[in-house]
Design a protein around this ligand. Structure first.
Ligand code: ZN
Length: 262
């Protein structure tokens, strides 16, 4: 395994629980609207103090999630408040085990995007960065070979070992996991990860694929400003979501949208 990535403290969220609840609910609604999250995906964020995280209840629709419905879970994947009657998703252990193993990770998404999953179903085919924004995954996109539902701590640990120090992975015949330093960066990464897979698929249908070289990826990564670009996408998708009625307009203040620069 390569060394853990260096933590970029300039993009750590200094956020209240209420703000993070709104961000995770918004990321859920937007990724669902973009056709990425689907009916069973889930998104989480680590809470200040580092030993708990917010995640949605198992049965709530990804199309209607609200901030107050999010559960607080500990790093064992259990609810913190025993008074809550809702249960976290069965695959909560993807999140809890990654947070345990990766102090640099503050937000996690797991989803089951069909086209992206096909990259784990074809012999000899490997999903690699083809578009410049996929430089995030220049270290590699590992494939976890156990396709099982990740519903135990042990299965979560196995998946976390496969992820290693990388920023995204595919679970064979199952789905994807993306990790980031904030909910806003997570939204950006999920969109670019799927975008890259879709572009790869289109390019492969036309002829031999020409991936970016290691030098090209390094040059792009060097010049790339993650915080600035994630704010650009945050503004774009959030404002589009509000215009289309996906995001309630009354969330504007809690999401601090007015402070975001395009
Ligand atoms: Zn799953």
């Amino acid at each position: 395994m390569t060394a853990l990535p260096v933590l970029d403290t300039t993009i750590l969220p200094e956020s209240s629980e209420d703000h993070l609840r709104h961000e995770i609910a918004a990321v859920t609604l937007l990724l669902n609207h973009e056709g990425i999250l689907g009916y069973s995906g889930h998104v989480s964020v680590r809470l200040p103090g580092d030993n708990t995280f917010l995640i949605q209840p198992v049965d709530h629709s990804r199309a209607e999630l609200r901030p107050e419905q999010l559960l607080i879970c500990n790093l064992e994947g259990r609810r913190v408040k025993e008074t809550e009657t809702e249960r976290p998703p069965g695959e909560v252990f993807i999140h809890s085990e990654i947070y345990k193993a990766r102090p640099d990770v503050r937000a996690v998404a797991h989803f089951h995007h069909d086209l992206t999953t096909t990259f784990s179903l074809v012999e000899g085919l490997e999903l690699t960065p083809l578009k410049n924004h996929a430089a995030r995954w220049a270290s590699g996109i590992p494939v976890h070979h156990d396709p099982a539902h990740v519903n135990t701590p042990s299965l979560g640990r196995g998946l976390t070992e496969t992820l290693g120090a990388h920023h995204g992975m595919i679970i064979r015949a199952h789905g994807q996991v993306i990790v980031a330093e904030s909910p806003r960066a997570l939204l950006m990464d999920c969109i670019h990860f799927v975008e890259n897979a879709e572009t790869f698929h289109r390019a492969a249908s036309l002829g031999s694929v020409l991936p970016l070289t290691r030098e090209e990826l390094e040059l792009f990564a060097k010049a790339f400003r993650r915080k600035k670009h994630s704010m650009k996408l945050w503004n774009y998708y959030l404002k589009q979501g509000m215009a289309k009625g996906v995001i309630p307009p009354e969330w504007r203040e809690a999401l601090q949208l007015e402070t975001a620069k395009s």
